[in-house]
Design a protein around this ligand. Structure first.
Ligand SMILES: [Mn+2]
Length: 359
């Protein structure tokens, strides 16, 4: 029997009892929660879909002086447990809490303490994973259109985005609306790897001590640069470099099959085999795409380039026992487009897990 678990990721505004019940009804046992409100103050970002935004980003970052309180984390975990589910991970730091870690700015030292505090609180609250994405430009440059089967609205990319990033913005959110005019200067790829190395060497021991695993998302979209800024994990092999920076089980991966499939080198199934053998996958974004960056489209889970059942078989062979969540799905034409898309993906995933167990 595979020990893999089915989960659902929920944006901050979607962390409701109704959605916990929805997840349970679709067969999920775990929740991955986003505490950053990506949609806050953003103009072109409907809340019923994953955020895309414009060159102005998704929205405003949170309150720099308010780290997620322990009581809030404990409360969320209890609410999720009351619905018969487990809270597996928090996904993404708020740019307000760590922008100068990414940018190597004057508040870096204070913000490293922020991150340590947050991770210790996760540990105290019994939340085992903290997902993050060490990226200056963040998830940007994507378009939206009727890209998936039957004209279902989905997200994709139609060429690179080179427009420079305005001051006051990082990770595709605005953390300082009063920043001076001008743009964030470009840095080299090696400089960004240096910043990540310092981050991991200092934070990984705190995570290990707290019983929390750090889980790195690859770059989405996976390109060498976006908005004039370098990116770290835009080919499957770059994940190894990240793991080797801090050889600890607490330095792990938020393994995004969609982003890996969009990469121009390597093979998704080989990457699944390689990283699941090492036991360094904390949880999985189980989604499918057609095409490669910078020209790809997110699809329904069963119509993309990746053989998702083969992925499940490899994970089973390597005894992966973590959570899989759908990540994004196309929107389905009905009164509840997001929910229908998620229910479709969860049903597919549950059937896949039952199928490979019968083999
Ligand atoms: Mn992902």
């Amino acid at each position: 029997m595979t020990q893999m678990k089915l989960g659902l990721g929920l944006y901050r505004h979607a962390l409701t009892r109704d959605n916990f019940q929805f997840a349970r009804q679709a067969g999920a046992t775990h929740i991955v929660a986003h505490l950053v409100d990506y949609f806050h103050g953003g103009g072109h970002n409907p809340r019923d879909n994953q955020p895309t935004g414009t060159e102005l980003g998704w929205g405003r970052a949170g309150d720099p002086n308010r780290l997620w309180p322990l009581e809030e984390l404990v409360g969320l975990r209890k609410e999720i447990q009351a619905a018969g589910l487990e809270l597996e991970a928090i996904e993404n730091f708020d740019p307000a809490h760590w922008h100068d870690i990414l940018l190597d700015g004057p508040k870096r030292k204070q913000q490293m303490e922020n991150v340590k505090t947050l991770i210790r609180r996760l540990g105290q609250a019994g939340i085992p994973i903290m997902g993050y994405n060490f990226s200056i430009a963040g998830v940007c440059g994507r378009t939206r259109g009727p890209y998936a089967r039957g004209g279902a609205e989905s997200v994709g990319m139609e060429g690179p985005l080179d427009a420079p990033m305005p001051n006051g913005m990082v990770w595709n959110m605005v953390y300082d609306p009063d920043a001076s005019e001008g743009c964030v200067p470009s840095i080299s790829s090696e400089e960004l790897w240096r910043r990540l190395g310092e981050f991991l060497r200092e934070i990984t021991p705190v995570a290990a001590e707290s019983g929390v695993r750090l889980a790195a998302h690859p770059d989405d979209p996976p390109l060498p640069t976006m908005r004039g800024q370098p990116r770290l994990v835009y080919q499957p092999r770059h994940y190894q470099r990240l793991l080797d920076l801090a050889p600890s089980p607490a330095n792990a991966l938020e393994f995004c099959l969609g982003s890996l499939a969009e990469m121009t080198e390597g093979d998704v199934c080989e990457a699944v085999d390689c990283y699941s053998q090492q036991g360094r996958i904390a949880y999985i974004h189980f989604r499918n795409v057609r095409g490669k960056a910078p020209f790809y489209r997110e699809t329904f889970v069963d119509e993309g380039d990746v053989d998702m059942l083969r992925v499940l078989r490899i994970l089973k062979k390597n005894h992966y026992d973590g959570v899989l969540i759908p990540d994004h799905t196309p929107q389905m034409r009905c009164d509840a487009p997001w929910h229908a898309g998620m229910a479709y993906a969860l049903g597919y995933m549950r059937a896949g897990l039952q199928w490979i167990d019968g083999e």
